[in-house]
Design a protein around this ligand. Structure first.
Ligand code: SF4
Ligand code: MG
Length: 324
């Protein structure tokens, strides 16, 4: 609720603060139990920062994170450990997130030790073997090291490690972006199977809409630190309202050659979050920009069942102005 993360910009010898990079700027959303919320945006849109804040790996500048009715943003450190068990993260680069000097067995048992979930050594070993089986790796993996595995296998290990504390909620920060396309779908399928088996809730971060399409129930689109559209997946892909979402969907390669997509290619680069455009932050690249967009920031509002959009094209004032 109202999540913000501002990083100060300091300049000169005195390192005087000259401004803020508003990496995440007033973002509110809900993730329902058992669903997958996809979060999509170009790099620099703030999606990873948002994910890290939700897990409190970084502290929000402002805002609330309510998990099972507790405000996680304000909770005391002594209680954080329990919540940490319930919320886990799968990282983009499985190689960087796995300590190369630890065996797979040690990597899987470490969270069990830290959280004191299984007291006996034999019990932890048994749990590690069980986790390997759940993610489709052989028992022999237990005594091997991360470098002995392929990218896809390492991501399976990352997933097994995230599962070790029996979490309720997992954030995937571009968990398949570094993998070959053929391996991507295997890992996505695995994540979907595990979601069903363990009743997991996912927040799934990706930089394009094609990856989240299969796994998500709802999708939120981010642009320069804000959510510009959030909707049920089917609605978002069939009837995107925000011009930015429309451009992202046009960029998804279509497998159906008979469908001629309107090429609403995105012009220009993502502006710097240190100096975002006034009004609607997308106005410098929007094919439908009008005067109002440059001065007034559109608010995320409901424009259909399960669909919220932040764009002046759909606000009643514009409709009234057009009718005049
Ligand atoms: Fe485009 Fe204006 Fe809508 Fe922003 S508010 S997306 S600039 S039409
Ligand atoms: Mg990122």
């Amino acid at each position: 609720k109202g999540l913000k993360k501002y990083f100060p910009i300091n300049k000169g010898i005195l390192q005087r603060k000259v401004g803020d990079v508003k990496a995440v700027d007033d973002v509110s959303f809900t993730i329902y139990k058992g669903e997958t919320l996809g979060i999509v945006g170009e790099s620099g849109s703030g999606k990873s920062t948002l994910g890290r804040m939700v897990l409190k790996l970084i502290n929000p500048t402002e805002g609330e994170i309510i998990f099972n009715e507790q405000n996680f943003a304000k909770i005391r450190n002594s209680k954080i450990r329990k919540l940490r068990r319930d919320m886990q993260m799968v990282f983009q680069d499985p190689y960087a997130s796995l300590n190369p000097r630890m065996s797979i067995g040690e990597l899987l048992e470490e969270p069990l030790l830290v959280h004191k979930t299984i007291a006996s050594k034999a019990g932890r070993k048994e749990k590690a073997h069980e986790l390997l089986e759940k993610v489709g790796l052989p028992r022999e993996a237990y005594s091997k090291y991360p470098h002995e595995f392929s990218g896809g296998q390492r991501q399976r290990i990352g997933i097994a490690r995230a599962l070790s504390t029996n979490p309720e909620f997992i954030i995937g920060d571009e968990p398949v972006s570094a993998l070959d396309v053929s391996v991507q779908s295997q890992v996505l399928n695995l994540m979907q199977d595990l979601q069903k088996e363990f009743d997991l809730t996912y927040m799934f971060i990706a930089h394009d809409l094609s990856v989240v399409k299969h796994i998500s129930d709802r999708v939120a689109v981010m642009y320069l630190g804000r959510i510009v559209e959030i909707a049920d997946k089917d609605i978002l892909y069939k009837k995107p309202l925000h011009p930015y979402t429309q451009a992202l969907i046009a960029a998804v390669p279509s497998t159906d050659v008979t469908v001629k997509r309107e090429k609403a290619a995105l012009k220009g680069e993502l502006p710097s979050p240190a100096n975002p455009p006034t009004g609607c932050a997308f106005h410098t690249r929007c094919p439908k920009v009008h005067d109002r967009c440059k001065v007034e920031r559109p608010v995320l509002t409901e424009h259909g069942p399960g669909q919220m959009t932040a764009c002046h094209l759909y606000t009643t004032d514009v409709a009234a102005a057009k009718a005049e």
